[in-house]
Design a protein around this ligand. Structure first.
Ligand SMILES: *[C@@H]1O[C@H](CO)[C@@H](O)[C@H](O)[C@H]1NC(C)=O
Ligand SMILES: *[C@@H]1O[C@H](CO)[C@@H](O)[C@H](O)[C@H]1NC(C)=O
Ligand SMILES: *[C@@H]1O[C@H](CO)[C@@H](O)[C@H](O)[C@H]1NC(C)=O
Length: 499
């Protein structure tokens, strides 16, 4: 039955709600906002689906199936035949979803500095986007603890080594002011308080995805005793099983309070403008193909003995890595798509060869030679280096600022595609959903691996159809899963699937 669906709008080929970074879950908590903005028809459908959802609390699977067939029926009737050309540039959910993180009017205000339980210091960890997750969770943890948050410290020692501080990347005053209703944020612990503390702040590390209860039991007593606690290696440290208001706060931090500084915004917007003067639409592709990442994956990318030797050499860095079969890893979907495979996938999805590509990437293993097949498929190939020349110079020593520039151009693109499932891919997928559900393509490497192995032996039409079907299949499964989540929980609105 999935075959009858058209391959349009593969906007979310990721598993649903898998992480804080993929906030589909929060989009559908948008009942109140939705009512304000949506067309009455979809509200109506939403109410109906909601009712079915309620019923399904009691009848379980039956209702889920019912809903599923309703939706399927809707698609069928809407598309009157699956041969109609569909808009590959758009997500079909764009009219149904939108971000909503408005604060409930009943939410209590931030605890003032003078009444707070102490100061929460945060040392984030990882590259720009991993740190962004940490900053987001830090604000929510401060709220849970009734603590005053000190502007987080960025990681200067990660793999990406960047000396930038928070204020070099994010607009710090905007951050403090826009969160003032939720959490009190200060730039540093006041001197008076510092002098009154007999010991330096207590330093500890909390496990990933900890619950609010964990923070209240393990961190709060120390905070109260010592007045300041520093949490280190901080990134994704708060569970997704959170009160809805706290989830919305996460959205307010991630999508509203974190704004890049002016110089970064300026150059980012300039790049977007340059892309748009050449073409009204463009695809942004985030490629990760660094040598150590490839070596770590244990995969083989077709570079012969030379590649085997080079990657094997790098692989020795991790003494504990087991010997793996490259074939098996590939069929398990553990190998990032090569630039050529990304190009083939996009062409197979229907993007023609004169489409403009903006490619965001770090070092590419094999350099130009690895990129050439992608450039052959899409000759209109651009990077920030090609577009900005000397304007980029001041940013070059700072990997996080460069990542921020790519973030802006990828966020603004009409379509965003990645070959990996890293932090940037996840956080951008979330951001794009939140800002109007723009199309994002995150290929399922496992499903595509057998196709890429055989594509040369296939007619192009056949290959194209199969790529579309694989992605379609992923989407269908994604939607069924979402239905299960929605009809089995206490969460109210299922309306985003309507229409
Ligand atoms: C935080 O403050 C609110 C309101 O003053 C209070 O109800 C809550 O129990 C406090 N929580 C903690 C952990 O201090
Ligand atoms: C795209 O492909 C056509 C042939 O199918 C070719 O004539 C044209 O030059 C190509 N365009 C670009 C930008 O390479
Ligand atoms: C992301 O794109 C949306 C428009 O789609 C825009 O409103 C928002 O400001 C952008 N955010 C960043 C950080 O570029």
């Amino acid at each position: 039955m999935g075959k009858q669906l058209t391959p349009q709008g593969l906007s979310g080929v990721s598993p649903p709600c898998s992480a804080l970074l993929v906030p589909e879950k929060w989009l559908r908590t948008a009942w109140a906002c939705q009512r304000r903005r949506a067309i009455s028809r979809s509200v109506l459908c939403g109410v109906m689906l909601f009712a079915i959802g309620l019923v399904s609390l009691f009848t379980g699977q039956i209702a889920a199936d019912l809903e599923w067939s309703r939706i399927r029926g809707r698609w069928r009737s809407k598309r009157a035949g699956y041969n109609t050309p569909t808009d590959i540039w758009k997500s079909e959910f764009a009219n149904l979803y939108h971000g909503c993180s408005d604060r409930s009017p009943h939410l209590r205000d931030a605890v003032h500095d003078s009444e707070s339980n102490g100061y929460l210091l945060i040392a984030t960890s990882g590259g720009l986007n991993q740190q962004r997750t940490g900053i987001t969770d830090a604000v929510v943890v401060a709220r849970i603890l009734n603590a005053t948050l000190v502007v987080p410290e960025l990681d200067h020692y990660s793999f990406w080594k960047d000396d930038s501080d928070f204020a070099d990347i994010f607009d710090v005053d905007w951050f403090i002011n826009s969160l003032s209703k939720d959490v009190t944020v200060v730039k540093r612990i006041p001197d008076k308080v510092m002098r009154s503390m007999d010991k330096p702040p207590y330093t500890m590390r909390v496990p990933r995805k900890s619950t609010p209860g964990y923070y209240l039991q393990q961190v709060l007593p120390i905070l109260l005793r010592r007045r300041a606690v520093q949490l280190t290696k901080f990134d994704y440290r708060l569970t997704n099983k959170l009160d809805e208001e706290l989830q919305k706060l996460r959205c307010r931090v991630n999508y509203h309070a974190l704004r890049f500084t002016k110089p970064i915004k300026l150059i980012g917007r300039n790049l977007v403008k340059r892309m748009r003067t050449m073409s009204s639409r463009y695809i942004a592709v985030h490629l990760r193909f660094e040598p150590d990442m490839l070596a770590f994956s244990g995969c083989y990318f077709g570079g012969g003995d030379r590649e085997r030797n080079e990657l094997g050499e790098i692989r020795k860095r991790w003494a504990t890595l087991p010997d793996m079969s490259a074939e098996v890893e590939r069929s398990r979907g553990k190998c990032p798509l090569t630039p050529q495979e990304v190009g083939l996938m996009l062409r197979a999805l229907g993007f023609v060869n004169n489409t403009y590509l903006y490619v965001a990437s770090g070092e590419i293993y094999g350099g130009e030679a690895t990129l050439q097949p992608l450039k052959d498929l899409f000759p209109n190939f651009y990077t920030k280096e090609m577009l900005s020349g000397n304007d980029l110079k001041p940013f070059l020593p700072f990997s996080s600022r460069l990542a921020a520039i790519d973030y802006i151009v990828c966020n603004e693109s009409d379509v965003f595609a990645t070959n990996n499932n890293g932090n940037m891919a996840k956080i951008l997928a979330g951001h794009r959903r939140y800002m109007g559900h723009k199309r994002t393509i995150r290929p399922n490497a496992k499903k595509l691996s057998s196709l890429f192995k055989a594509w040369k032996q296939m007619e192009w039409e056949m290959f194209s159809r199969k790529v579309n079907l694989e992605l379609e299949e992923t989407k269908r499964c994604y939607i069924t899963q979402r239905l299960k989540v929605e009809t089995s929980g206490d969460e109210s609105s299922s309306m985003h699937l309507s229409g």
